[in-house]
Structures are given as structure tokens and as C-alpha cells.
Design a protein around this ligand. Structure first.
Ligand SMILES: Cc1cc2nc3c(=O)[nH]c(=O)nc-3n(C[C@H](O)[C@H](O)[C@H](O)COP(=O)(O)O)c2cc1C
Length: 237
């Protein structure tokens, strides 16, 4: 899938131009309508749609324009079975860390779509990309991983715009994934994603909120002013 090809089909605003009101609205619709998806239809994502989603990921900002990401596309059923097995083991261990009734609830929720999604996608970060010195990364080396997370978010939003669901599976081990996919030891695993059309559409709120696991925090309680010690809700006057 040549990069120029994918990008030629991606819509871009005029240079220096403002987004149209519809485009602006579309950005917010993608942000607020994005969901973590865990149940998928079996039909595959067409190549041109996947190309646009990957091109969006590749246009994320990155420290020193490092572009440290790689996208490992996985369709092979046997490999996905191995990942599912890894998930089952890690999930059992994680659930034991919760007291009842949360343990039972943890085990009752669907927290992955590894086998039902037609495509799995492993997003990695290569800390050696760009050579030994990368502009802006000298004192905060983790900025390579931050950059890769931004690529994941671009991918997630572009997928939402295309009607494609993405679900992040972190209930695995990086060592396990490294072994299954032969990922070199210097490469950092950032995200294991399930990708496909959502079975039953996109939920209107996070599944964990719907299931009473945890609510969205009030934004005002998270916004501080000027210094950390200032209360998030400043007293009037
Ligand atoms: C780093 C990261 C790891 C996640 N891991 C999992 C996971 O293993 N299983 C799962 O069901 N959801 C996982 N999620 C999805 C979150 O549960 C979800 O984003 C959150 O509940 C908010 O829901 P929303 O994405 O639908 O808005 C993960 C999300 C992130 C950002």
C-alpha cells in the first residue's frame, strides 16, 4: 500500500485555510462518538479505508518529527488465537486483584475482540528511529512513546470517521506479544488493537460507565489554575 496513494485520497483543508463548519463539526463528532469497541462483525475493512486510517495515524505529531511508529497488521487466526490465550491468562490474574463483587464483574465483561475482529494491529515504537540524537527528546526520552500514542489516537479517530471500530487490548503482556510476533528487543510495544466494523454500532457512552464500573469525572474537578496547589474549584472572590 504505497503511502502517496493513501495520502492522495485523504481529505485535507486548503493550505492555511479554516475548516468548514461541517468539517469542524465532524471533528467533534468523531471525538465524542469514538468508543472502545469489543464486538465486531466478521466483514473485513476495505483496503482503501484501511489505507486512509493508517495515513491518519502516520500524520500524528512526533518529537523531532521522529515518526517512531510501526504498524504490524495481523489477520492470521493462529497468531490471534495465541494472543487470545495470553489475554485469558492475564485477565484471570488481573481479576484476582479485585475484591468481590468487582472480581465477578471484571470477569463478566467482554474486554477484547481479538478473534471476532477481522484485523488486529500492533503499534510499536522504535526508540532508535532518527539516530542517536532526536530534536526535542534529549531530556525526556519517553516522548517517543508519547508520539506513538498520538498516532494511535489519530488512528482511532479516523477509524471512527470511517465507521470502523477500534478496541485497545492491554490485558496481555508485552513479552508475550514480542514472542508471538518476533518483535526485536529494542522496539517498544505500545498498543494492541482490534479493528473492524462494530457489531451493533457504537455505544453512546463508555461500556465501563454503562456497566457501573466507573463514571466520567467532572471536567471542572481536573482543571487547575496557575499552580498545582490551587483548588480545582477556586472559591469565588
Ligand atoms: C491504554 C489503554 C488500554 C486499554 N485496555 C483495554 C483493555 O484491555 N480492554 C478493554 O476492554 N478496554 C481497554 N481500553 C479501553 C478503555 O476501557 C476505554 O477507553 C474507557 O473505558 C473509555 O471508554 P471509551 O474509549 O469507549 O470512551 C483501554 C484504553 C486505553 C487508552
Amino acid at each position: 500500500m504505497p503511502e502517496e496513494h493513501a495520502e492522495a485520497r485523504a481529505p485535507v483543508p486548503p493550505p492555511g485555510g479554516e475548516l468548514s463548519p461541517e468539517a469542524k463539526r465532524g471533528v467533534y463528532e468523531a471525538i465524542f462518538g469514538r468508543r472502545d469497541v469489543r464486538s465486531f462483525r466478521p466483514d473485513s475493512v476495505p483496503e482503501d479505508v484501511l489505507a486512509r486510517i493508517l495515513a491518519a495515524a502516520h500524520h500524528a505529531p512526533s518529537v523531532g518529527f521522529m515518526q517512531p511508529w510501526d504498524f504490524l497488521l495481523v489477520k492470521d487466526l493462529e497468531a490471534r488465537r495465541r494472543v487470545k490465550h495470553l489475554f485469558d491468562e492475564v485477565r484471570r490474574a488481573e481479576a484476582r486483584l479485585f475484591d468481590e463483587p468487582r472480581r465477578t464483574k471484571h470477569l463478566s465483561m467482554k474486554l477484547e475482540g481479538i478473534l471476532d475482529a477481522p484485523l488486529n494491529l500492533c503499534v510499536t515504537c522504535d526508540p532508535t528511529r532518527g539516530g542517536s540524537q532526536v530534536l526535542g527528546r534529549g531530556s525526556i526520552p519517553e516522548t517517543d512513546v508519547y508520539s506513538t500514542c498520538l498516532a494511535v489516537q489519530n488512528l482511532w479517530l479516523a477509524a471512527r470517521a470511517e465507521g470502523v471500530g477500534v478496541g485497545w487490548v492491554s490485558i496481555v503482556t508485552n513479552d508475550g506479544l514480542r514472542e508471538i510476533f518476533g518483535i526485536p528487543s529494542h522496539v517498544v510495544l505500545v498498543a494492541y488493537l482490534c479493528v473492524g466494523y462494530p457489531e451493533g454500532g457504537f455505544l453512546d457512552e463508555p461500556m465501563l460507565q454503562k456497566n457501573g464500573w466507573r463514571d466520567r469525572l467532572p471536567l471542572d474537578s481536573l482543571v487547575r489554575h496557575e499552580a498545582w496547589s490551587q483548588p480545582a474549584f477556586p472559591e469565588p472572590g
